[in-house]
Design a protein around this ligand. Structure first.
Ligand code: ZN
Length: 422
């Protein structure tokens, strides 16, 4: 074949630079193959060759390309973070824009043509995306993965790769049959259908179509109308399914599962109160630093042994009545009566229809500060909490959390002790 290339080059008076031409062997390792000559000169064999910015490596895998993408993306993320630190307070959307415009493209360059069978998930890329997500949300790695993608409404990078590949597949099918890309694809498809164990691009497209319930398009080799919309919807659905499955077993996300049906950008993230929105993210994701959470990593000595503080001993330091969890902090603790009274006063003013419309806030005025444990345990208390954490109450709750936290820092134990609730 190289003789044909040589003949072609001579005909059109083109010179092939033998020094820059390299051979990469894609076949199985260990197979004997002879050296390749071009116009009498031997072409050097290399492990990896860069073409159009992609690293083609021997054996046909993409590990080296993946490594390069990761390095570039990590560097870009570090640069973006540095710029934000220097620039001061930046909105969540601004940070997200940095991620999507400057970092993520490094992780998706050329991915639509890669056949990554056997190493499909590319977990280290997901890890980096989650790291970026935590940075945007301002949380540490205690925040469960599903809360990150859930709050921001992100697809996994794997799902995005599936979508990019399927879009490209649609483009190929729309090409005339004599186009080279189409011809290469058709060859790949024939190989895949004749010998299903051969790993090639057609196989991965087929597999992905099957995984998201679109295999009939493969069988017909027809995308139908509005392919991108169809593919996108199917990819999202499949990703949501695995998102739900992932959160199912996590105790921290017990409430979150109720507050978040589907991944999607949360409106409160647009709040300019950086600390406040961060606390709301933490509260929703089950990692707000109330005693219930901090007790996990505090140790007490029991018979000379260091053990984590048992949950029932993770008392609220404001009132010492019970374990300080989110419900206690927001609705029960007598230590925050005043702050809470102000909050419900404002809420009643800002949402005049609320009291009439929702049983959840029946006692808004009378509560005005503290509601008893029985109220919180009741369906009304839970509905109130839902409204505060996931409904229109989010914005107000963000402010409340800021206030509570200020007082939480200041208030010392003896200030609450003699309080008498009547
Ligand atoms: Zn308390």
């Amino acid at each position: 074949m190289l003789d044909a290339v040589h003949g072609f080059c001579r005909k059109f008076r083109i010179q092939l630079n033998v020094k820059k031409t390299k051979v990469v062997v894609f076949g199985k390792k260990g197979t004997n193959h002879s050296a390749i000559y071009y116009n009498g000169r031997r072409i050097k064999e290399v492990d990896v060759y860069k073409y159009l910015g992609l690293l083609f490596q021997d054996g046909g895998g993409w590990a080296k390309q993946k490594g390069k993408m990761l390095r570039k993306a990590r560097r870009a993320l570090a640069l973006a973070r540095g710029a934000v630190v220097r620039g001061g307070n930046m909105s969540s959307r601004g940070k997200q824009a940095l991620w999507t415009a400057l970092v993520r493209p490094h992780l998706e360059y050329g991915v639509e043509v890669m056949c990554t069978l056997g190493d499909e998930k590319w977990g280290d890329l997901e890890l980096l995306q989650r790291k970026a997500g935590r940075w945007i949300l301002g949380c540490d790695n205690r925040l469960p993965n599903e809360a990150i993608t859930g709050e921001l409404g992100w697809l996994s990078l794997h799902a995005r790769r599936v979508f990019l590949a399927l879009s490209f597949w649609g483009k190929i099918l729309a090409m005339p049959k004599d186009r080279w890309v189409r011809r290469v694809y058709e060859q790949s498809r024939r190989t895949h259908e004749a010998r299903p164990h051969v790993k090639n691009w057609a196989q991965i497209v087929h597999l992905w179509l099957r995984n998201i319930g679109l295999e009939d398009h493969w069988i017909r080799q027809d995308t139908g109308d509005a392919w991108k919309t169809t593919a996108r919807a199917a990819v999202e659905l499949a990703d949501q399914r695995s998102w739900r499955a992932g959160s199912a077993g996590k105790s921290k996300l017990r409430d979150y599962r109720r507050w978040k049906a589907l991944p999607g950008w949360e409106r409160y993230l647009d709040s300019r109160d950086e600390q406040g929105r961060r606390r709301l993210t933490k509260a929703r994701g089950g990692i707000l630093e109330v005693s219930e959470e901090t007790g996990r990593w505090e140790r007490i000595s029991v018979q000379g042994k260091q053990v984590p503080v048992p949950r029932h001993l993770r008392w609220c330091e404001q009132c010492l009545i019970e374990t300080e969890d989110l419900r206690h902090l927001l609705l029960v603790c007598p230590g925050y009566r005043k702050v809470r009274a102000e909050f419900f006063g404002q809420v009643a003013k800002a949402h005049p229809g609320l009291r009439a419309g929702r049983r959840a806030l029946v006692d808004l005025a009378s509560i005005h500060g503290s509601i008893g444990r029985h109220d919180v345990d009741s369906a009304d208390g839970e509905a109130l909490l839902d409204w505060m954490m996931s409904g229109k109450g989010q914005e107000a709750t963000t402010r409340l959390l800021t206030e509570l936290w200020l007082q939480r820092k200041e208030l010392r134990l003896e200030d609450v002790e003699p309080r008498c609730d009547s």
